[in-house]
Design a protein around this ligand. Structure first.
Ligand SMILES: [Zn+2]
Length: 113
């Protein structure tokens, strides 16, 4: 399952941060998972609950944001929001779209003790 490797990657990031900033416990984690990241937030949460057991993030509260999928429409010459990777531009129906975001998995906030 792809969520598990993402969570292992995330734990690696947390451990690096813990070393760099000398903290021992994570109280809250906020993640951003883009609409196009092909990650199901519930599956991610579930996988993370398994991976973080007995770690510095074992008791942390986890929040998952889902930023919208953004693309650049060449016909409208502006950024528009689309629900899926294959959706046409909501304004002009065009398909000449360039992805601008929405496939990221990022750690956006960390509250530590
Ligand atoms: Zn358009």
């Amino acid at each position: 399952m792809h969520e598990v490797s993402l969570c292992e990657h995330l734990m690696g990031l947390l451990e690096d941060e813990a070393r760099r900033h000398a903290f021992h416990r994570v109280k809250r984690i906020r993640l951003a998972v883009g609409r196009f990241a092909c990650v199901d937030p519930d599956a991610l949460r579930f996988a993370f609950d398994v991976v973080r057991r007995n770690t510095l993030a074992g008791e942390a509260e986890v929040e998952i944001d889902q930023p919208p999928g953004l693309v650049w429409c060449s016909d409208c010459a502006r950024e528009v929001e689309v629900p899926t990777r294959v959706s046409p531009c909501p304004d002009c129906g065009g398909l000449a779209l360039i992805p601008r975001g929405g496939d990221e998995l990022r750690l956006i906030e960390l509250e530590v003790a």
